[in-house]
Each structure stands twice: as C-alpha cells, then as structure tokens.
Design a protein around this ligand. Structure first.
Ligand SMILES: Cc1ncc(COP(=O)(O)O)c(C=O)c1O
Length: 381
C-alpha cells in the first residue's frame, strides 16, 4: 500500500547509515563497548543510575518483573488497554495479570483509584503503561504502592522520554522498560532498555540477560576473564552493536524528534477542537508541573459513540491515510478468556476502546498532512 500519510515513518539519515557500518568495520558485533556507551547515555538522559540494553521491550519487561521479585502465584495489576506484551511479561514468571480499567474517556491510563479496587492479599505489583507517552499519575501510584507494599514496574514503551514532577518515566518504580521497536520515538528496529536506581535490580537484570553468566564474551576477548560461572537461571536477551550504534544516533536526535511530535500533536488539537472528535488529554494539566513534558508517541482520538470505526478507517484508507487501533483490551483476546471475573470486567474500558482510533503521527509529518487527515476524518463522520 502506497500511503499518502502512513501511520508512522522512521527517521534515518547519513549518521545512522554510518553508525551501523562501524561495528562491522571494527570487527566486534555482539554486545560490547558501543552498547555500554548507549547504556551510559540513556541513563544520563533518563536521570537514572542504571540502564541495561536488551533485545526488545518484552524482554526488558520480563527481566524487570523477575528482578523486582514477582513470583509464581502473585498478582500484578496492569491496564487492559495496552499491548499484550505487558500482560505476557507477568505470565512469563507464573504470575497473574489482573486487568484494570482506564480512568475514563479523557484519560485512557490506569489511575490509583482503579488499581486500589483490584488489590487482593495476593497482589504484589502494579505495571503502569504510560499510554501514548502521557504519564500515569505516578505520585498517587507510589502512595498506593507504599500503603499496600506493592512493587511498581513501568512499561515505558510509549514514554521516550516523558517527565512528571521533574522525573522521567522509568525512574518511579523498581524498574522501567523501554522499547526501540520500529515505530517508537527512537528506534533501532528491535531493542529495549531496563532502567533502575536499585543496584540489586540492576545486577540481576545484567546477569539474567546473558544466561546468568558471570562474565561476557567481551570480557574474555579483552583478557579480563578466562571462564565464567552460571549463578542464576538466565536468558539470551542481549543487544548487539549494530543496533546499539543506531540507537545512540537516534537518542542524540530524540529531542528534535520530540519537538516535531509536539508540533504535530498541537496542530491536531487545534484542528479537532470543537468537533465531534474527542482528543483525550490524560488529565495532564492536573498532574504535571511547569517544565514537565510528554514524549508524544501516538495520536489517539475517540470517535463519537455509536460510530462505525471500521467504516471510518476504510474511508481514510480510501484517501491514502493509514490509521490504527490502540488497543483491543487484552482481556478480550482468546488467550486471556476467563482471565477476568465478571464482577471485575473492565466494562468502561471496553466501551472506550471501541471508540478509539489512532491517527498518523511522526516527526516529518507536515501541518498540511495533519490538515488532510482531519478534513478526511471529519468528512468520514
Ligand atoms: C505498551 C507496550 N509494551 C510493550 C511493548 C513491547 O515492545 P517490544 O516490541 O520492543 O518488545 C510495546 C510494543 O509496541 C508496547 O506498545
């Protein structure tokens, strides 16, 4: 399909092309010094003590859940309006994802009140997803977590980089997990990062991402070690040097990408103000302080109640405009059937999710393209 306006577009230039070639020329392509550099730069930008690169955000979530001490039989409360990876990571360790409502049509995130309603004696953790880049009310969530002795894990796949009360998403809980998938605010194709201020969590993540081994191939090549012990059940979730090199360049350019994403978001808001199309604001004004910023990732809108969303998406497609849905609530998927007791069905989120349509958003999108999307959308309604 040759879209006039695609849903997203990656942004690569000469610097990215040169960067991915360098490890090939240097002759070291598996996790090594470029990855260490990426981790250091990422930690600095995020304002966190430790950043550990992994091969995707799903792996980052898995390691975060393990390192935070979630065990088989535990319950972890997470949004149902998220990508399935959030819930899968909880299931990987034999724990149960407990699906939580969104706050409401203007705030698609989960909130402390919605989480509190689902706490049981088995609840050990909360997984917050900063949907579209808008931070969850982390101040309220921390208060709740303290009161009930819960660990917080932040799924920051959408939140590269969002700040709340002067703190980056990914620094509020035991660990944060970021994605560098192809459609994310910065990308290296497939990649992820775990962030934490906790030395023990960082040690466990570093160890488990490489089979629980005490030394890396790089350490042995450099003559820093000859052999290794295996001290924990681990995985191969390592990043490679070509991806790290690409991610380093994208990280350097991220602020300029975010600047353009903000422009696109503001232009959409202006064009859609006072129309039948609702643009959720995620209660941003109420929870943020001056200087905070959203790392705008996607552009979700709510269509009028009763609207035939598929027909609208088809009309947009007919005009060469790609759109999408974020998300079908996870508890409605076949693999999760029976996962929610009927008394706890996130019924409000089911209704909201039916109305959600995601419009194109990427840094090189022009204001004229935003105009076109809005005109076609309003005409389709
Ligand atoms: C909210 C959320 N969590 C987790 C992931 C998984 O990320 P990855 O594809 O890097 O594993 C995604 C990916 O789109 C996501 O949107």
């Amino acid at each position: 399909m040759n879209w006039r306006v695609p849903l997203f577009e990656p942004n690569f230039g000469a610097e990215e092309l040169a960067a991915v070639q360098r490890p090939l020329r240097d002759g070291w392509i598996t996790m090594g010094e470029v990855t260490l550099r990426l981790e250091a730069e990422f930690a600095k930008r995020c304002g966190v003590k430790h950043a550990m690169a992994v091969n995707n955000c799903t792996a980052a979530l898995h390691l975060a859940v393990l390192a935070a001490g979630i065990r088989p039989g535990d319950e972890v409360i997470c949004p149902t309006l998220t990508f399935v990876a959030t819930a899968n990571a909880v299931r990987y360790v034999g724990a149960t994802p407990v699906f939580c409502e969104s706050v409401g049509p203007t705030n698609l995130n989960i909130g402390p009140r919605q989480v509190a309603e689902r706490i049981t004696p088995r609840t050990r953790g909360v997984m917050t997803v900063h949907y579209a880049g808008f931070p969850v009310d982390m101040v309220g969530m921390q208060d709740l977590a303290r009161k009930h002795n819960l660990v917080i894990i932040e799924d920051c796949a959408h939140a590269l980089f969002s700040t709340l009360q002067g703190r980056c998403c990914g620094t509020w809980g035991a660990a944060g997990a970021f994605s560098f998938f192809g459609n994310k605010n910065m990308t290296c194709g497939e990649g992820g990062m775990v962030t934490t201020d906790d030395d023990d969590v960082a040690d466990r993540v570093r160890n488990m991402r490489s089979h629980g081994m005490t030394t890396l191939t790089l350490d042995r090549y450099k003559g820093r070690a000859f052999s290794y012990d295996v001290i924990a059940h681990g995985y191969n979730y390592r990043m490679d040097e070509m991806r790290s090199a690409l991610a380093l360049v994208q990280l350097k350019r991220l602020d300029s990408f975010l600047h353009e994403r903000r422009r696109v978001r503001e232009w959409y808001c202006e064009r859609l103000m006072g129309t039948q199309v609702m643009v959720p604001d995620f209660d941003w004004k109420a929870i943020s302080q001056p200087g905070d910023s959203v790392g705008f990732h996607i552009m979700p809108v709510l269509l009028p109640e009763g609207c035939n969303r598929e027909a609208v998406a088809d009309r947009l497609k007919g005009q060469g405009i790609q759109s999408s849905v974020h998300y079908r609530p996870v508890h409605t998927f076949s693999a999760f059937s029976g996962s929610v007791p009927s008394a706890q069905r996130p019924a409000l989120t089911e209704v909201i999710a039916e109305r959600e349509l995601t419009l194109p958003m990427y840094p090189t999108m022009s204001n004229e393209q935003v105009d076109l999307v809005c005109e076609c959308l309003l005409a389709a309604l």
